[in-house]
Design a protein around this ligand. Sequence first.
Ligand SMILES: [Zn+2]
Length: 143
Amino acid sequence: MKTIWLQRLMKWTTAFQKFMRGRYGRFDQLNKTLFVLVLICLVLTPWLPFQLGRILAVIGLILLYGRFFSKKIYPRSNENQAYIRRVAKVKGFFTKRKQTISDKRTYVFFACPHCQQKMRAPRGKGRIRVTCSNCHEHFEQKV
Ligand SMILES: [Zn+2]
Protein backbone atom coordinates (compact mmCIF):
# COMPACT_ATOMS: atom_id res chain seq x y z
CA MET A 1 0.00 0.00 0.00
CA LYS A 2 2.68 2.44 1.09
CA THR A 3 5.00 1.52 -1.78
CA ILE A 4 2.26 2.05 -4.41
CA TRP A 5 1.71 5.57 -3.10
CA LEU A 6 5.46 6.21 -3.17
CA GLN A 7 5.78 4.75 -6.67
CA ARG A 8 2.97 6.99 -7.92
CA LEU A 9 4.65 10.03 -6.35
CA MET A 10 7.98 9.09 -7.94
CA LYS A 11 6.29 8.55 -11.31
CA TRP A 12 4.54 11.90 -11.06
CA THR A 13 7.79 13.63 -10.03
CA THR A 14 9.62 12.06 -12.98
CA ALA A 15 6.84 13.11 -15.35
CA PHE A 16 6.98 16.66 -13.98
CA GLN A 17 10.77 16.75 -14.31
CA LYS A 18 10.43 15.55 -17.92
CA PHE A 19 7.79 18.24 -18.54
CA MET A 20 9.97 20.97 -17.02
CA ARG A 21 13.07 19.97 -19.00
CA GLY A 22 14.13 22.88 -21.24
CA ARG A 23 11.64 25.25 -19.64
CA TYR A 24 12.35 28.47 -17.76
CA GLY A 25 10.77 27.27 -14.49
CA ARG A 26 12.09 30.06 -12.28
CA PHE A 27 10.27 32.20 -9.78
CA ASP A 28 12.43 35.23 -10.58
CA GLN A 29 12.07 38.91 -9.56
CA LEU A 30 9.61 39.70 -12.35
CA ASN A 31 7.43 36.70 -11.50
CA LYS A 32 7.52 37.63 -7.81
CA THR A 33 6.37 41.15 -8.68
CA LEU A 34 3.63 39.73 -10.93
CA PHE A 35 2.52 37.47 -8.09
CA VAL A 36 2.34 40.40 -5.65
CA LEU A 37 0.39 42.44 -8.23
CA VAL A 38 -2.04 39.54 -8.71
CA LEU A 39 -2.58 39.36 -4.93
CA ILE A 40 -3.10 43.15 -4.74
CA CYS A 41 -5.64 42.96 -7.61
CA LEU A 42 -7.52 40.17 -5.82
CA VAL A 43 -7.57 42.11 -2.54
CA LEU A 44 -8.80 45.27 -4.31
CA THR A 45 -11.49 43.43 -6.35
CA PRO A 46 -14.46 44.50 -4.15
CA TRP A 47 -13.60 48.19 -4.64
CA LEU A 48 -12.86 48.08 -8.39
CA PRO A 49 -15.63 48.41 -11.02
CA PHE A 50 -16.50 45.83 -13.75
CA GLN A 51 -14.64 42.92 -12.05
CA LEU A 52 -11.46 44.75 -13.05
CA GLY A 53 -9.49 43.24 -10.15
CA ARG A 54 -10.31 39.69 -11.22
CA ILE A 55 -9.62 40.39 -14.90
CA LEU A 56 -6.24 41.92 -14.09
CA ALA A 57 -5.46 39.04 -11.70
CA VAL A 58 -6.24 36.47 -14.43
CA ILE A 59 -4.08 38.38 -16.94
CA GLY A 60 -1.28 38.52 -14.35
CA LEU A 61 -1.56 34.79 -13.67
CA ILE A 62 -1.51 33.98 -17.41
CA LEU A 63 1.67 36.07 -17.76
CA LEU A 64 3.18 34.45 -14.66
CA TYR A 65 2.47 30.88 -15.81
CA GLY A 66 3.45 31.76 -19.37
CA ARG A 67 6.83 32.97 -18.18
CA PHE A 68 7.30 30.09 -15.74
CA PHE A 69 6.59 27.33 -18.27
CA SER A 70 8.15 29.12 -21.26
CA LYS A 71 10.62 27.13 -23.35
CA LYS A 72 12.41 30.31 -24.40
CA ILE A 73 14.78 30.51 -21.44
CA TYR A 74 17.04 33.33 -22.65
CA PRO A 75 14.30 35.81 -23.62
CA ARG A 76 12.67 35.22 -20.20
CA SER A 77 16.01 35.75 -18.48
CA ASN A 78 16.56 38.95 -20.49
CA GLU A 79 13.09 40.20 -19.50
CA ASN A 80 13.98 39.65 -15.87
CA GLN A 81 17.34 41.41 -16.25
CA ALA A 82 15.66 44.39 -17.95
CA TYR A 83 13.11 44.51 -15.14
CA ILE A 84 15.85 44.42 -12.47
CA ARG A 85 17.72 47.22 -14.27
CA ARG A 86 14.58 49.37 -14.44
CA VAL A 87 13.82 48.85 -10.75
CA ALA A 88 17.43 49.73 -9.88
CA LYS A 89 17.16 52.90 -11.96
CA VAL A 90 13.99 54.01 -10.17
CA LYS A 91 15.49 53.14 -6.77
CA GLY A 92 18.69 54.99 -7.70
CA PHE A 93 16.68 58.08 -8.68
CA PHE A 94 14.95 58.18 -5.29
CA THR A 95 18.14 57.44 -3.35
CA LYS A 96 19.88 60.27 -5.20
CA ARG A 97 17.03 62.64 -4.40
CA LYS A 98 17.14 61.67 -0.74
CA GLN A 99 20.93 62.13 -0.72
CA THR A 100 20.64 65.56 -2.35
CA ILE A 101 18.05 66.66 0.23
CA SER A 102 20.30 65.60 3.12
CA ASP A 103 23.35 67.14 1.39
CA LYS A 104 21.65 70.55 1.13
CA ARG A 105 22.36 71.11 4.83
CA THR A 106 26.12 70.72 4.41
CA TYR A 107 26.69 71.68 0.76
CA VAL A 108 25.81 74.49 -1.61
CA PHE A 109 24.81 73.38 -5.11
CA PHE A 110 25.48 75.51 -8.17
CA ALA A 111 26.02 75.19 -11.91
CA CYS A 112 28.97 76.17 -14.06
CA PRO A 113 28.07 79.45 -15.88
CA HIS A 114 29.76 78.16 -19.03
CA CYS A 115 28.54 74.55 -19.45
CA GLN A 116 25.85 74.19 -16.72
CA GLN A 117 27.72 71.29 -15.09
CA LYS A 118 26.24 70.75 -11.62
CA MET A 119 28.67 71.18 -8.74
CA ARG A 120 28.69 71.35 -4.98
CA ALA A 121 30.91 72.94 -2.35
CA PRO A 122 30.92 72.81 1.47
CA ARG A 123 28.58 75.44 2.92
CA GLY A 124 29.97 78.47 4.80
CA LYS A 125 33.43 78.72 3.17
CA GLY A 126 32.83 82.24 1.88
CA ARG A 127 33.94 83.20 -1.64
CA ILE A 128 35.74 80.35 -3.39
CA ARG A 129 37.49 80.05 -6.71
CA VAL A 130 36.11 77.14 -8.71
CA THR A 131 37.55 75.31 -11.69
CA CYS A 132 34.90 73.38 -13.60
CA SER A 133 35.84 69.72 -13.94
CA ASN A 134 33.99 69.50 -17.25
CA CYS A 135 35.12 72.57 -19.24
CA HIS A 136 37.97 73.86 -16.98
CA GLU A 137 36.34 77.32 -16.77
CA HIS A 138 37.47 79.40 -13.73
CA PHE A 139 34.90 81.40 -11.78
CA GLU A 140 34.20 82.65 -8.28
CA GLN A 141 31.28 81.41 -6.23
CA LYS A 142 29.94 82.48 -2.83
CA VAL A 143 29.13 79.47 -0.65
ZN1 LIG B 1 31.85 74.10 -17.01
